[in-house]
Design a protein around this ligand. Structure first.
Ligand code: DGJ
Length: 723
C-alpha cells in the first residue's frame, strides 16, 4: 500500500496494479518520481540526474528548476510553469517556495470538511499519506494528502493550505498537479458539448504550451466536464497507457496540461483561478476539493471501469447506492407547463398499468409558475392547478400503487416573486451593476448562511408534509456578475467557492434529513454531471436531449468517467422534441434502459404495440438492471467513430452478459460486422437467452457477434447466459 523507503527517501503508493512514487531530494524538495504500472524494483535515491529529462540544465541553485518534476509547485521561484498554488502575502510579495518537512501514513481516509469525497468502509484496503511542505519565510504550511484505494486501483488527492503567518491571499490552489517526464506522443481527452449535447469525446494532441478545459459558469457546466485523460497516441478501449484526473467538485474548475520546450508535461486540475481569491487570516486554512487519479495500462475501458466501481460504491451514498431505484414517468415533455391535477393523475394511471412505479411532477406546480418567467422562489402550490395541494395529489398517485416525486429549482428566484421582493439582496450580484437575467431568473446567493437556511427550511417543510419519495433538483442558469451583498469587498473572490460550499451544506442537510427520498440532480439537462453532485444524489439527469440517437453519444461520452447507474435516461415521444428525429419505440427503450430507466411522455398517446413494448421493457429492466448498473461495462463500438454503438455489460458474477447494439443510421447493402465481446470466460459456453443458440466465450471474443446495420433504428439487446 503506502510505504516510505527511508534509505532512498521515496514514497510508494501502490494499488493492486499501479504505483505512484515521490522522492525527497536532498531532504528539501518533494519531486514526482513515477506514476504508472506497478513497479517491481525500487527507485534509487532522488537525484537530479535520474528524475529529470534534461539533467544538464536542471540545477536547483541555478535558475533552471523550470524542468524539475515538483510534486506541488508554487509561483515565483525559477519554475515558470503552471503553478500548483499562488499567494499574495501581506508584504505584497507573490513569491513562494515550498520545502519538505515530514509525513504521516494512516489507515483509512478522512472526510473533507464541507466537501464531497470518496470514502472507505470497514474491510477496505485504504491508506492515507499526508506530506507536509512549508514556505518558511511566510510561515505557510501546505499539506498534500493522498489516499490509496488498493483494490479499486485509484488514488485520490487533496491539498490543505494553512496560514501560520500574517494575513495572506490565496490566489489559486490546484487539487493535483503531476509532472510527466517527456511524453510528446500523448493526447489529451476531454468531454465537451453544450445544452442537449453534453460530454462528447474530444481528443487532441498535446502541443507545446497550455491547453485546458474550464468552467467559469458557476457550475461544472455542459460545455466542459472536470475530467481529463492523458492517453498514449494509439491508446484505445483496450490498449495503451491512460492517466486520468477527475475533480469531485461542482463549481468553476480548470483542468489541463502544459507542455514545455523539452516535452515535459505538467497536468493540473482544481478550482478555476479566475475570480478566485481567498483571504486567510493567521490560523485560517483552505481545503481544496478532491481529485481522483486513475491510471490504466489497458486503455480507456479499464480506466472507466475503475471510475465506475469507485463512484458507484465509494462516492455515492445512502439507501439508493445499492438498492433498486425507481422506474419513473416525468410529465415535462408530456405537458410542459400545461397541466392540472387530473391531467397528472391521468398520465400516472396509464403509466402504472405498464409497470411504472413513480410519477414525477416537473416544473410549474407552484405559485405563479405557468411559464418559465415567474414563480421560482415562492414554493407553495398553485391551487388552480393543484386544488388539493401536493398532499392531495400525492394521495391520488399513491392510491394507484405509485410513488410521487417532485421537481424543485431551489437555487433560483424570479424577479416577480415575493421572495425576491422581500430579499432583493439574496441574489448573486455585484454592487452597482445590473444583474443579468438568464431564463428570466437570478441565482440565489448560497454563499450566505441565511439563504441556505431558508432553503433548507422551505424544502424540509414541503418534503415533510406531502408523501414525496423522489426529488429532481434542477438548476437552470449560469452565474454572472458574481458577487455577494453579504461579504465585504475583501472577500468577493471567495463567493463562487462559498456558493458551492453552501450548496453542499444544503444538500448534506436535506439528503440526510430525508434518507428515504431518492434525489436526482439536474441542471438544464446535464450541466452539473460531476462527482461532487453524485456524493449527495446517486443519479443525474444526463441531458435534456432524449433522442435515442443523440443519447448514444451523450451516454457513451458520460461513461468515460461516470457509471451508467448514475445516468437518468428516459423514453420520450417522437418526433423527438429536441431534434425532430423519429426512432422506434424499441430503440428508445433499449437506449434508456442502460441508465436509470424512465419515461418522459404521456403513455395515453402511445399505440397498443408501444404500450406492450414499454411493459416488456420494464420487465426486462427489472430483471437485468443490476447487470447494467453493477456489472462491468465494455464499450465495443463508438458512436463517435461509426454509425454503430455497441456496449456490453458483464454481471458481477460473470454469468450474465448483455450486448446492446444500436445504429444511428442504416447503410444500403451494409457489410457484415463482427462485434468482438470482452470480459467473458473463454473456456465457458454461453447460450443466447430466448433461443437455442450456443457460443463459446472464446468464439464470441475472437470471432464476434454478427451484426448488419441494415435498418433504420436498428436496435438489439442480446442476453448471454453462461452454461
Ligand atoms: C430543465 C430540465 O433539464 C428539464 O428536464 C425540466 O425539468 C426543465 N428544466 C423544467 O424547467
Amino acid at each position: 500500500m503506502i510505504t516510505f523507503d527511508r534509505e532512498n527517501e521515496v514514497f510508494y503508493l501502490n494499488t493492486d496494479r499501479t504505483t505512484y512514487a515521490m522522492g525527497v531530494w536532498n531532504g528539501e524538495k518533494l519531486f514526482h518520481r513515477y506514476w504508472g504500472k506497478r513497479l517491481v524494483n525500487r527507485l534509487g535515491k532522488t537525484d537530479l540526474n535520474d528524475c529529470v529529462w534534461r539533467p544538464h540544465v536542471a540545477d536547483l541553485g541555478d535558475n533552471s528548476s523550470d524542468v524539475l518534476p515538483f510534486e506541488y509547485s508554487t509561483y515565483g521561484n525559477a519554475d515558470m510553469r503552471f503553478p500548483s498554488a499562488e499567494f499574495t502575502f501581506a508584504d505584497g510579495s507573490r513569491v513562494s517556495n515550498l520545502t519538505y518537512k515530514g509525513y504521516e501514513i494512516t489507515d483509512g481516509k478522512p472526510a473533507l470538511d464541507g466537501l464531497p469525497s470518496t470514502y472507505c468502509e470497514v474491510g477496505d484496503k485504504v491508506q492515507t499519506l499526508t506530506v507536509h511542505l512549508e514556505d518558511a519565510l511566510q510561515n505557510v504550511e501546505v499539506v498534500l494528502s493522498y489516499s490509496v484505494f488498493e483494490q479499486l486501483d485509484a488514488i485520490t488527492r487533496n491539498v490543505k493550505i494553512i496560514n501560520n503567518g500574517e494575513r495572506l491571499l490565496l490566489d489559486s490552489a490546484m487539487s493535483a498537479t503531476v509532472d510527466f517526464y517527456g511524453s510528446p506522443e500523448r493526447e489529451l481527452l476531454h468531454l465537451d458539448g453544450s445544452w442537449a449535447r453534453e460530454r462528447h469525446i474530444t481528443r487532441q494532441p498535446i502541443t507545446p504550451g497550455n491547453q485546458s478545459v474550464n468552467s467559469r459558469y458557476g457550475c461544472s457546466s455542459s460545455f466542459h466536464n472536470p475530467f481529463i485523460a492523458l492517453c498514449d497516441k494509439n491508446a484505445d478501449e483496450k490498449h495503451g497507457n491512460v492517466y486520468a484526473f477527475n475533480l469531485v467538485y461542482s463549481g468553476n474548475f480548470t483542468a489541463g496540461v502544459e507542455r514545455n520546450p523539452y516535452n515535459g508535461v505538467r497536468a493540473y486540475i482544481g478550482i478555476n483561478p479566475t475570480n478566485f481569491q481567498f483571504v486567510l487570516e493567521k490560523g485560517d486554512s483552505f481545503q481544496t476539493p478532491e481529485a481522483v487519479l486513475v491510471y490504466s495500462a489497458n486503455g480507456l475501458g479499464e480506466m472507466s471501469r475503475i471510475y465506475h466501481k469507485l463512484y458507484r460504491t465509494r462516492l455515492c451514498r445512502g439507501k439508493y447506492r445499492d438498492s433498486e431505484r425507481f422506474v419513473l414517468v416525468n410529465n415535462w415533455e408530456a405537458t410542459y407547463f400545461d397541466f392540472n391535477e387530473d391531467k397528472i393523475v391521468e398520465i400516472a394511471e396509464r403509466a402504472s398499468k405498464v409497470g411504472i412505479d413513480t410519477m414525477v411532477l416537473d416544473d410549474g406546480w407552484f405559485s405563479s409558475r405557468i411559464s418559465d418567467d415567474n414563480g421560482l422562489g415562492d414554493w407553495y402550490e398553485n391551487r388552480d392547478r393543484l386544488p388539493n395541494g401536493l398532499e392531495g395529489l400525492a394521495k391520488r398517485i399513491n392510491a394507484l400503487g405509485m410513488r410521487f416525486g417532485l421537481w424543485f429549482e431551489p437555487e433560483m428566484v424570479n424577479p416577480g416573486t415575493e421572495l425576491f421582493k422581500n430579499h432583493p439582496d439574496w441574489i448573486i450580484h455585484t454592487k452597482g451593476r445590473k444583474p443579468s437575467l438568464n431564463r428570466h431568473q437570478y441565482t440565489l446567493d448560497y454563499s450566505r448562511d441565511d439563504v441556505c437556511d431558508y432553503i433548507i427550511d422551505t424544502l424540509s417543510g414541503i418534503l415533510s408534509r406531502a408523501n414525496i419519495e423522489y426529488v429532481k433538483w434542477d438548476m437552470n442558469r449560469c452565474m454572472s456578475e458574481p458577487g455577494s451583498a453579504f461579504w465585504d469587498g475583501a472577500h468577493q473572490g471567495e463567493v463562487m467557492h462559498r456558493y458551492i460550499l453552501g450548496l453542499y451544506r444544503v444538500l448534506e442537510t436535506i439528503t440526510s434529513r430525508f434518507p428515504n427520498v431518492l434525489f436526482e440532480s439536474c441542471a438544464g439537462g446535464g450541466a452539473r454531471f460531476d462527482a461532487g453532485m453524485l456524493y449527495y444524489m446517486p443519479q443525474t439527469w444526463t441531458s435534456d436531449d432524449s433522442d435515442a440517437v443523440e443519447r448514444l453519444k451523450i451516454q457513451y461520452g458520460t461513461s468515460m468517467a461516470y457509471p451508467f447507474s448514475s445516468m437518468g435516461a428516459h423514453v420520450s415521444a417522437v418526433p423527438n422534441h429536441q431534434v425532430g428525429r423519429i426512432t422506434s419505440f424499441d430503440m428508445r427503450c433499449n437506449v434508456a434502459m442502460m441508465g436509470q430507466f424512465g419515461f418522459e411522455l404521456d403513455l395515453n398517446k402511445c399505440t397498443d404495440a408501444e404500450l406492450e413494448t414499454a411493459e416488456q421493457a420494464i420487465k426486462t429492466y427489472r430483471k437485468l438492471g443490476e447487470v447494467f448498473h453493477k456489472g462491468d461495462c465494455h464499450r465495443l463500438r463508438s458512436p463517435f467513430e461509426s454509425d454503430i454503438c455497441a456496449i456490453e455489460f458483464v454481471s458481477e458474477d460473470k454469468n450474465t452478459v448483455i450486448l446492446t447494439v444500436n445504429c444511428s443510421k442504416p447503410m444500403p447493402s451494409a457489410p457484415d460486422e463482427y462485434i468482438l465481446l470482452e470480459g467473458l470466460d473463454e473456456t465457458a459456453v454461453y447460450t443466447v437467452e430466448g433461443t437455442d443458440r450456443r457460443f463459446g466465450g472464446d468464439y464470441l471474443m475472437n470471432v464476434g457477434w454478427h451484426y448488419v446495420n441494415n435498418a433504420d433504428s436498428k436496435t438489439e439487446m442480446t442476453v448471454f447466459k453462461k452454461v
